[in-house]
Design a protein around this ligand. Structure first.
Ligand code: NAD
Ligand code: UDP
Length: 315
C-alpha cells in the first residue's frame, strides 16, 4: 500500500485516477478546490477507509506525509481556464512550486500532468517530445500553455538543483465519463448537443484535427509513468495517435446517438491549434509497451451512455 496525494482529484481525470488507485489498495488523499471538479465524481469513494477528501487550493502550501504525488490541479477546458487567466497561471506555477517543495521535504515522487498544449500550434507533425513548440505567449490560451510550460521548467530545475524525484507526462486530448457537461470541450459539447437534438457547434470549418484518448488509457499510462524507473523522468507523450478532424468527430457523434442535430459553424477561437497528434514511441519503449486500447467508437459509446444517464437524472 502506498500513500498517494492526487491534486485535482475531484476533476474528470483525477476522479478516474483516484478510483483506480483505491482499487489497487492504496491510501489516497484527494485534494481539490472544486473550481471545475465536483464531489459527485468521487462520492462513491467517500465511505472508503483509505480515501480522504481535502478542500484546498494548490496555490497555498500543503503538507502531508505521502509516497507519491500526482499533480493534476488545473482547469483544462479553454472556457474554464480563460475565466480567470491570472488564477490559471498561478495554479500551474504556484501549484507546481508547492507540490515540488512538498516532494523535496518528504522525499516523495511527484508527477506533473502537463499537456500537448506545450507544443502550441505545432509546426511538426506528429509531435515528439523533443519539439519545443510554437506557443503565443500573450494570447487567450497563454495562461494555460505558458503556465504548464513554466511548471515543466520548475519540475526540471527542482530535479537538477535539488534531486527531487520527478516525472512529467504530456497528456493529449482526453475524454470520458465525469467530464463536466458544460465543460466546453469538444467531446462533451458535441455529445450533450446531440443527445438534446440541438445544433452541433463546429468552430471554423471543422478541418482542424485532434487525437482523442479515452480516460482509462490515460490512467494506465499515468500509473506506469509514476512507477517507471527513477532515471526516466520524461517528458513523455500520453495520447492516442488516431487523429480525426472535428467534422469527423461531429459526424461520428451524430451517428452513435442517432441524433436529429444539424451541424452549424461558428467562429474559430484565436490561436486554436490546426492539428495535433502524439508520437507515442517513447511511451511504448519506456512504459512496458503502453499504448491506447480503446478506440474512438468504443470510447464515445461509453461516454454517450454516461451523459445520457446524467441528462435523465436531471429531470
Ligand atoms: P478538470 O477541470 O476536470 O480537473 C481539474 C481539477 O483541478 C478540478 O477538480 C478542479 O476543481 C481542480 N483545481 C483547479 N484549480 C485548482 C486549484 N487552484 N487548487 C486545487 N484544485 C484545483 O480537468 P481534467 O481534464 O481532469 O484535467 C486534469 C489535469 O490534466 C489538468 O492539469 C490538465 O491540465 C491536464 N490535462 C488534461 C487534458 C484533457 O484532455 N483532459 C489534456 C492535457 C492535460
Ligand atoms: N470545438 C468545436 N466546437 C465545440 C468545442 C470545440 O469545434 O463546441 C473545437 C475547438 O475549436 C478545437 C477542438 O474542437 O479546434 C478541440 O477543442 P477542445 O476545447 O476540446 O480542446 P483543445 O482545443 O484544448 O484541444
Amino acid at each position: 500500500m502506498k500513500r498517494i496525494l492526487v491534486t485535482g482529484g475531484a476533476g474528470f481525470i483525477g476522479s478516474h485516477l483516484c478510483d483506480r488507485l483505491i482499487k489497487e489498495g492504496n491510501d489516497v488523499i484527494c485534494l481539490d478546490n472544486y473550481f471545475t471538479g465536483s464531489k459527485r465524481n468521487i462520492e462513491h469513494l467517500l465511505s472508503h477507509p483509505y480515501f480522504e477528501l481535502v478542500r484546498h487550493d494548490v496555490i497555498q502550501p500543503y503538507f502531508a506525509e505521502v509516497d507519491q504525488i500526482y499533480n493534476l490541479a488545473c482547469p483544462a477546458s479553454p472556457i474554464h481556464y480563460q475565466y480567470n487567466p491570472i488564477k490559471t497561471t498561478k495554479t500551474s506555477v504556484m501549484g507546481a512550486i508547492n507540490m515540488l517543495g512538498l516532494a523535496k521535504r518528504i522525499k516523495a515522487r511527484v508527477l506533473q500532468a502537463s499537456t500537448s498544449e506545450v507544443y502550441g500550434d505545432p509546426e511538426i507533425h506528429p509531435q515528439t517530445e523533443d519539439y519545443w513548440g510554437n506557443v503565443n505567449p500573450i494570447g487567450i490560451r497563454s495562461c494555460y500553455d505558458e503556465g504548464k510550460r513554466c511548471a515543466e521548467t520548475l519540475f526540471m530545475d527542482y530535479h537538477k538543483q535539488n534531486q527531487v524525484d520527478i516525472k512529467i507526462m504530456r497528456i493529449f486530448n482526453t475524454y470520458g465519463p465525469n467530464m463536466h457537461p458544460n465543460d466546453g470541450r469538444v467531446v462533451s459539447n458535441f455529445i450533450m448537443q446531440a443527445l438534446k437534438d440541438k445544433d452541433i457547434t463546429i468552430y471554423g470549418d471543422g478541418s482542424q484535427s485532434r487525437s482523442f484518448q479515452y480516460v482509462d488509457d490515460l490512467v494506465e499510462g499515468a500509473i506506469r509513468m509514476m512507477n517507471s524507473p527513477k532515471d526516466f523522468i520524461g517528458p513523455v507523450n500520453i495520447g492516442n495517435p488516431n487523429e480525426f478532424t472535428i467534422l469527423e468527430l461531429a459526424q461520428k457523434v451524430i451517428e452513435l446517438t442517432q441524433s436529429k442535430s444539424k451541424i452549424i459553424h461558428q467562429e474559430l477561437p484565436m490561436d486554436d491549434p490546426l492539428q495535433r497528434q502524439p508520437d507515442i514511441s517513447l511511451a511504448k519503449e519506456k512504459l512496458n509497451n503502453w499504448e491506447p486500447k480503446i478506440q474512438l467508437e468504443e470510447g464515445l459509446t461509453k461516454t454517450i451512455s454516461y451523459f445520457s444517464k446524467l441528462i435523465k437524472s436531471e429531470y
